[in-house]
Design a binder for this molecule. Structure first.
Ligand SMILES: *Cc1c(COP(=O)(O)O)cnc(C)c1O
Length: 448
């Protein structure tokens, strides 16, 4: 079955200002109906989307450099996802896996056990959101080790539920006014090469030594259940840790019986030019959390890990009403098949080469681009005051993003200091749209 939307022309088209009149009318209704705590960075209301294009209610067609935050890696309304999910939708929509199980759930767990790093025996569980996956990974690590402390890092983002707020670093907007937060969470310095005091080359080993010293002197490794980290930080600003940082942490964890949890919710499923970002440094996590790119846009998330850890929890200790919904499982199987059959890992690498070379050339011309970084189709620019002055520059960022939005380019931001532009195009975007989107970004800097 072909997707109804697969014929959406892959061309940017602006027929009104952005947002247009219909979007503005909807925004008025929304303001009266939806709590303002839920924001939208670009309030154009969507009617359909596929490939690299999102079409709005006014008939504008925007270039998508966001993928709904690294979710639609295989493209929106991907034909395989639509076909398999529709077929499942017509057969049955829900039984609750904890009452009557079904094959799709088992298929997805088998696939995750097969494709995640490491060839040890694994088990998986399926849940609904990234935050829920992280919460469950911590539950499993605590139960399996009989320990309580959880180590996290500066600039980390792990979600918006109570425990994951505590695990997340940034106060505004994620934590402000939402306390009290969960206990036994300890934050360590992050190996952030661009801002490491002694320079990027020393960053990995020095940051690892600091973290290990702090864990040893302030917590005691024997009290630590888990070290939890994003192998490339997402919301924190696409921070690729200094080389050697992750392997040193993994080694320390192994030595002390600490569960190493890789949060690959944003980095997973081909995004970084590998199936999982851990593979770039050859590290094998004990547990891995996945979500976003897993099911082509349907809500699904997972914890996958060492069988002896995952099976340590008593029957009934894990689960949830909707976890591993059959329609979401069907979508996940289609998304995984698409990643493998359409070589999206290689495509992510090719997209990354284009993004990095164009943005590095741009950084040569504009001093306010302090850093260009990332892996595969997960690339960011950090904006600063100027040459030799790394003061964050959120004002320039706001101006660039405003220009791009007005030209019909969906562009996302990130970073603790609100000064990072992040690029997350769908992996099925055409070369032409990729080129056009980058040209709009170049124009945005020219008009500053
Ligand atoms: C998005 C994200 C989460 C939270 O996922 P939700 O599905 O929004 O709950 C957790 N960790 C990372 C690294 C993320 O990018």
């Amino acid at each position: 079955m072909a997707s109804e939307h697969a014929d959406l022309p892959q061309e940017r088209r602006l027929v009104t200002e952005i947002p247009g009149p219909r979007s503005r009318a909807l925004q008025e209704r929304r303001t009266a109906a939806v709590a303002q705590g839920v924001g939208s960075s670009l309030p154009v209301y969507v009617v359909r989307a596929s490939g690299g294009i999102v079409e709005d209610v006014d008939g504008n067609r925007l270039i998508d450099f966001g993928s709904g935050i690294a979710v639609t890696n295989v493209g929106n309304a991907n034909p395989r996802v639509v076909a398999r999910a529709s077929e499942q939708l017509a057969r049955f929509t829900h039984t609750c896996f904890m009452i009557n199980p079904y094959e799709g759930y088992v298929d997805v767990c088998e696939a995750l056990n097969r494709i995640t790093p490491g060839d040890h025996e694994k088990r998986s569980i399926l849940v609904n959101s990234g935050a829920e996956a992280v919460e469950n990974a911590v539950k499993i690590a605590r139960h399996a080790t009989g320990r309580q402390a959880v180590v996290v890092f500066d600039h980390a983002y792990h979600g918006r539920t109570n425990l994951t707020m505590a695990l997340t670093a940034r106060n505004m907007p994620y934590k402000q006014g939402f306390g009290p937060f969960a206990g036994e969470v300890y934050r360590m310095p992050m190996a952030y090469p661009f801002r490491w005091p002694t320079g990027p080359d020393n960053c990995g080993p020095e940051a690892a030594a600091q973290a290990i010293d702090l864990i040893t002197t302030q917590i005691g490794p024997e009290n630590v259940a888990a070290v939890l980290i994003e192998p490339i930080q997402g919301e924190g600003g696409f921070i690729v840790p200094g080389e050697g940082f992750l392997p040193a942490l993994v080694e320390f964890c192994r030595k002390h019986g600490i569960v190493f949890i890789a949060d690959e919710i944003q980095t997973g499923f081909a995004r970084t030019g590998r199936l999982f970002a851990c593979e770039h440094e050859g590290i094998v996590p004990d547990l891995i959390t996945t979500a976003k790119g897993i099911a082509g846009g349907l809500p699904l998330a997972a914890v996958t890990g060492r069988a002896e850890l995952m099976d340590a929890v008593h029957g009934g200790g894990l689960g949830g009403t909707y976890g591993g919904n059959p329609v979401a499982c069907a979508a996940a199987l289609a998304a995984l098949e698409t990643i493998e059959q359409d070589n999206l890992v290689e495509r992510a690498r090719a997209i990354g080469d284009v993004l990095l070379s164009r943005l590095r050339a741009l950084a040569e011309r504009y001093d306010i681009i302090g850093d260009v970084r990332g892996r595969g189709a997960m690339v960011a620019m950090e904006l600063v005051a100027g040459a030799g002055d790394k003061t964050p520059n959120p004002e320039a960022l706001a101006s660039v993003v405003k220009y791009c939005h007005a030209k019909g380019l969906i562009l996302l931001t990130a970073g603790t200091y609100g000064n990072v532009i992040r690029l997350l195009p769908p992996l099925v975007i055409s070369d032409a749209l990729l080129d056009e989107g980058l040209t709009i970004i170049e124009e945005a800097f020219a008009q500053l």
